[in-house]
Design a protein around this ligand. Sequence first.
Ligand code: MG
Length: 286
Amino acid sequence: MRIAAVREQEGKIFGILEDGRFRPLLSEGAPVRDLRQVIALVEAKRLDYGAPRPLAEVRLAAPVGPLAKNVICVGKNYYDHAQEFARSGIDQSGDKQEVPEEPVVFTKAVSALADPLDPVAASADPTNTVDYEGELGVVIGRRCRGVKRAEALGYVFGYTIVNDVTARAVQQRHKQWFLGKSLDGFCPVGPCLVTADEFGAPDGQELATFVNGERRQFARLRDMIFDVPTIIETVSAYVTLEPGDLIATGTPAGVGIGFKPPRYLKPGDVVRVTISGIGELENPIV
Ligand code: MG
């Protein structure tokens, strides 16, 4: 099942994508505005729909939210990116290890969320060092704490695409990564959320990021240093995960700071992140 959200005058509503159409979900006749309600309806198999609309006539929104906690993110989670990041000198977070021994976990502010095709304001970063990070997003389906790796995928509702947009100089300047990762609009998510039964376990699916059509990043999801079960085990050892929580699982090599000189984003650029089985998340830079 492919869950999507669309923007309407009264706000965001959830539904599914099917045969090139958006079918709005209904709960007791009313539109569904909260992903947690979507998860409950899907789990209970109580699916009721309003009139379908052609995809060309709707504006897709981030297929998550409202989020109950910050977007949980994993840094330095692909070998080749961990090496380019160490060499860039941006990493002031502590150990400077190229390959971390334990997952590096930080968060992005909820207020950074953005929709597919929303403009990302590079102009909001006074340091002019805005960079892209194409990532797999994991949405939790059931409340959990202290999950073991072997059971972890059973708590996943589905998968989406996240662009973990980052102001590199801000990330470096403040040691902790929160500010540089949390500028308004620096967390586009979409275009849809594919349920775990349809997507399968993250493995050979391909992740790629394009800037103005030029492919900058490419990996298979199995190339992660810490896989999705390990990430869920690690986070849930300390933090209760709840339905609708979003985890961004890290980015492969090829980000702008990996180039010499760095290739930061500038107004007029277009960033497109793709994951096979999910789709394309595109955002213009302004
Ligand atoms: Mg990232």
